[in-house]
Design a binder for this molecule. Structure first.
Ligand SMILES: *Cc1c(COP(=O)(O)O)cnc(C)c1O
Length: 413
């Protein structure tokens, strides 16, 4: 039975094939699917065993890809886990119910009562809420640090009980790119685990080549790619980290729907081509916005105007199509909201990574406590989908006209 082995699936082609090729060949169903290219959706709880010895042998392999019980994974989960591990350059992946669970599980796996956690001020809102409203009840203290912190700055924040350095690069909504290798090296020397929310970086940032221990993915975004499911993944690169993550997942009763895993696996087959196009379209729109008189700053990691752009250049092989725009201070919040509501091709909504473009006002909606994240103007976040960029630009041009007219009428005076 393929994959029912104690050793991680080997990926001999990793170094030899381009990732477009690997996405077509990684995590294939093998003999599970009776010769069909794709795996079946295995929905199930009970796994029947031919005898008691088989049942006991299965139970002993709970931490592996073994057919024991529905909550422990199925031949529908495994191919997706193999593809995600492949994308991130790790050895093992655990799929979980949501992107939120993809950070709550490893935080609970590596933190205990009395520990200290470091989180960037730019962290995804629900991760901050988990630290503030749940980890505090475990007597875990969190310090929010400036995402642009350097190694010396990090050393000054470390405490004897600092057990996890959490990174999110680029940061949610404001896109600061962090000096991951420098920060990870300091944390590791201190004996702390290094975790990164790599949802934006995906394949373009290889976390384990930059000193990270645990990588977090909201598969909800580009991996799924069609705005039709929620799912998360935790990827590790060492046996000790794997066993902690895997056993914590099982103890918490985390489970990912087989139907959603099947859809997400299907999404990964076109991930590279979607990202190729979305990267180019995102850059086209971001560069057009950067040249507009209404725009103060574009927060796109691949443009020099983004904090940490030098780290993006050094550490990333590409960019996805999510970025921020800061408007000049004369454009008030109501004026920016009028622009947002006037757009025809951009939906107003959370999440990203689908085939469709989105817009979301960000300041006023984000929490910062370390004094970072004020760019001196109203901000919006754009997600560029698979539409023709010229159509998106025409829509934005009309929208900027609405914003200028709003201010000219003095409606917000
Ligand atoms: C969306 C998102 C998550 C959470 O994913 P869900 O599947 O919506 O729970 C986590 N991290 C980042 C950076 C995200 O954008």
């Amino acid at each position: 039975m393929p994959n029912d082995a104690a050793t991680p699936p080997s990926r001999p082609d990793r170094l030899h094939h381009d990732w477009h090729t690997r996405l077509s060949h990684a995590g294939r169903a093998g003999t599970h699917a009776h010769g069909f290219v794709n795996p079946a959706v295995h929905r199930g709880s009970t796994v029947l065993c031919p005898d008691i010895a088989t049942r006991q042998a299965g139970g002993a392999k709970r931490l592996q890809q073994a057919l024991v019980y529905g909550t422990l994974g199925t031949p529908t989960h495994w191919p997706l886990e193999d593809v995600i591990a492949e994308i991130e350059g790790g050895t093992r992946c655990q799929v979980v119910s949501t992107g939120v669970a993809a950070f709550t599980v490893p935080l609970l796996a590596f933190l205990a009562t009395g520990d200290h956690l470091l989180m960037p001020d730019s962290v995804y809102g629900p991760a901050r809420q988990f630290a503030d409203h749940f980890l505090t009840r475990m007597n875990v203290a969190t310090t929010y640090y400036d995402p642009m912190l350097d190694a010396a700055g990090l050393r000054a924040l470390l405490r004897p009980n600092t057990k996890v350095l959490y990174l999110e690069s680029p940061g949610s909504h404001t896109f600061e790119v962090q000096d991951v290798p420098a920060l990870a090296a300091v944390a590791r020397a201190h004996g702390a685990k290094v975790m990164i929310d790599n949802t934006w970086g995906l394949h373009f940032f290889q976390p384990f080549a930059h000193g990270v221990d645990v990588s977090i993915q909201a598969l909800t975004k580009y991996a799924a790619g069609h705005s039709d499911l929620v799912l998360g993944a935790v990827v590790t690169n060492g046996d000790a980290e794997w066993e902690r993550v895997r056993s914590t997942t099982l103890l918490l009763g985390q489970h990912a729907s087989p139907d959603d895993c099947w859809l997400a696996l299907r999404g990964t087959r076109t991930l590279a081509v979607r990202l190729d196009r979305q990267m180019q379209s995102g850059l086209t729109v971001a560069r057009w916005l950067a040249a507009r008189p209404e725009v103060k700053q574009v927060l796109h990691p691949a443009l020099p105007s983004c904090p940490g752009h030098e780290f993006w250049r050094r550490d990333f092989s590409g960019a996805c199509s999510l970025f921020g725009v800061v408007f000049r201070p004369e454009f008030s919040r109501p004026a920016v909201h009028a622009m947002v509501e006037s757009l025809a091709l951009f939906g107003i909504g959370a999440s990203w990574g689908g085939f469709e473009s989105l817009v979301l006002p960000t300041n006023g909606f984000i929490t910062r406590t370390a004094g970072t994240g004020d760019f001196g103007g109203e901000t919006v976040r754009l997600h560029i989908g698979l539409e023709e960029p010229a159509d998106l630009i025409a829509d934005l041009e009309r929208g900027l006209g609405v914003m200028r007219a709003y201010v000219a009428r003095g409606e917000d005076a």
